[in-house]
Design a protein around this ligand. Structure first.
Ligand SMILES: NC(=O)c1ccc[n+]([C@@H]2O[C@H](COP(=O)([O-])OP(=O)(O)OC[C@H]3O[C@@H](n4cnc5c(N)ncnc54)[C@H](O)[C@@H]3O)[C@@H](O)[C@H]2O)c1
Length: 362
C-alpha cells in the first residue's frame, strides 16, 4: 500500500513530535520540512532526515509530490497556513488551537468539505491509553449519564515563550493560558462527555502576574475559570493558569513548580479521573486513571487498568492518515474544531462583558 508524503511546517517541539508520528505510523513518509529559522531546520534535519527541506512555506506547498501538511506554526498562522494548504489541495493536520476564533474555523471547515480534503486538529492527548480507556468506560455506561465534569490544567509558574516570545503577544497568540492550556483542558472533558453541544458559558480571565513574564509583549490572560452548560443538561467547570499562587493540593510538575492537568467526570454510578502523568514530576505518584464507584451505597476507589499507548503522536497520525485513505473517521474533526472555537469565543466574550453568553449558532 502506498504511503502518504507528509510535510511539516514549524519545527519546534510539536513539529518534532509529528515527525516521530509520521515515521512511526507506517502509513506516511517524512517528505518535507519547513521553517524560517535556520537553527531549527538544521537540528530537525539532523534528527529526522526529511527528503526535502524548505525555507519558504509557499515553495513547499507548490511541490506536487506533497500529499498532506502538518501546521505547527504560532497560533495566528494556523488559519492562513491551513487555508493555503487546503487551497493547494493538501490534507491538513493543524496544531491546537485550531484557529484564533470560530469564524476562521468555519471557513476552514467549508474549504475542506468543498474540496473533499481532511482537516484534523492536533489534540494528541485524545489518543492516550488512559483517555481511550476512560472513553470506553463512559461508553459502556459504567458511570451512568455524565452530568458534570471538572477539568483543570494549572501551573503555579510556567508561561511559555516560543520563538520571539509570541505566546504572550495577543496579535500572534490570540490569547493566553486559555487558548494555550484551556483548549487541552476543556477538550479533555468535552471529548470524554461525547462532545455535547455547548449552550451557555460564564467565565472570567485574569492577568495578575506581569512581573513573571520576560517577553517584550504581555497583553494576554495568565489564568481563566468558568462554567459551560451543554444542551443535554451536563456542565463543565474549568480552571487554567500559567501563573497562580497554587496551594499544596496541587503536586509538583515536570517544570519543578506546581502543576496539574486533571479531568474528572461525574455520573450517578461513579466518577472517573484522568491525570496526565507526563506533566508530573517523576517523584509524584498519582494514578493516570482512577474510578470512584458506587457499590451498594459504598464509594469504592480503584485504579482502572489500560493498555499504554507507545506514542500519542503516532496514534494520532495513524488516525489522520487512515482518515485520508477513507478507512477511519477523523477523531479530531473540523466540525468539532468549530464547536471548540465557539466555546473559546464565548469564554472570552463572557469575560469581557461580565455576563453569561449563549451560543447562538444552534
Ligand atoms: N499539542 C501540543 O501538546 C503542543 C505543545 C506545544 C505547542 N503546541 C502548539 O504548536 C504550535 C507551535 O508551538 P511551538 O511551541 O513549537 O512554537 P515555537 O515558537 O517554538 O515554534 C514555531 C516555529 O514556527 C516557525 N515559523 C514561524 N513563522 C514561520 C513561517 N512563516 N514559515 C515557516 N516557519 C515559521 C518558527 O521559526 C518556529 O521554529 C503552537 O500553536 C502551539 O500551541 C502544541
Amino acid at each position: 500500500m502506498d504511503k502518504y508524503n507528509v510535510g511539516i511546517v514549524g519545527l519546534g517541539w510539536p513539529g518534532e513530535r509529528h515527525a516521530e508520528g509520521v515515521q512511526g505510523s507506517g502509513l506516511g513518509d517524512l517528505y518535507a520540512a519547513c521553517d524560517i529559522n535556520e537553527e531549527r531546520r538544521e537540528k530537525f534535519t539532523a534528527k529526522y532526515s526529511p527528503e526535502k527541506v524548505f525555507v519558504s512555506y509557499d515553495e513547499m506547498l507548490a511541490d506536487p509530490g506533497l500529499d498532506a501538511v502538518i501546521v505547527s506554526l504560532p497560533n495566528a498562522l494556523h488559519f492562513p497556513g491551513t487555508l493555503k494548504a487546503l487551497q493547494a489541495s493538501k490534507h491538513v493536520l493543524c496544531e491546537k488551537p485550531p484557529t484564533l476564533n470560530a469564524g476562521q474555523m468555519r471557513q476552514l471547515h467549508a474549504e475542506a468539505e468543498q474540496r473533499g480534503l481532511i482537516y484534523f486538529f492536533g489534540r494528541q492527548m485524545r489518543f492516550s491509553g488512559a483517555v481511550q480507556a476512560a472513553r470506553k468506560a463512559v461508553a459502556e455506561r459504567r458511570l451512568g449519564d455524565i452530568y458534570f465534569a471538572k477539568t483543570m490544567w494549572v501551573r503555579s509558574r510556567g508561561t511559555p515563550g516560543g520563538v520571539d516570545g509570541w505566546f504572550t503577544d495577543r496579535s500572534r497568540a490570540g490569547g493566553g493560558a486559555l487558548i494555550d492550556l484551556g483548549v487541552h483542558a476543556i477538550d479533555a472533558a468535552w471529548y470524554l462527555m461525547g462532545n455535547p453541544k455547548p449552550r451557555t458559558v460564564s467565565a472570567q480571565t485574569y492577568q495578575k502576574f506581569p512581573q513573571l513574564v520576560k517577553a517584550a509583549v504581555f497583553d494576554v490572560e495568565d489564568s481563566a475559570c468558568g462554567m459551560i452548560r451543554f444542551e443535554n443538561g451536563a456542565s463543565v467547570l474549568f480552571e487554567v493558569s500559567w501563573s497562580a499562587n497554587l496551594t499544596d493540593d496541587i503536586p509538583i510538575g515536570r517544570l519543578g513548580t506546581r502543576e496539574l492537568f486533571s479531568t474528572t467526570l461525574f455520573g450517578p454510578k461513579g466518577s472517573i479521573r484522568v491525570v496526565d502523568t507526563l506533566q508530573l514530576h517523576p517523584s509524584v505518584k498519582i494514578p493516570p486513571l482512577s474510578l470512584f464507584e458506587d457499590k451498594d451505597g459504598e464509594l469504592v476507589d480503584s485504579e482502572l487498568p489500560f493498555a499504554p499507548v507507545r506514542h500519542e503522536f503516532v496514534s494520532q497520525m495513524q488516525n489522520f492518515l487512515r482518515a485520508i485513505r477513507g478507512d477511519e473517521a477523523a477523531l479530531n474533526s473540523s466540525v468539532q474544531a468549530v464547536l471548540l472555537m465557539e466555546m473559546l469565543d464565548a469564554i472570552y466574550k463572557s469575560s469581557l462583558t461580565g455576563r453569561e453568553v449563549s451560543l447562538s449558532y444552534l
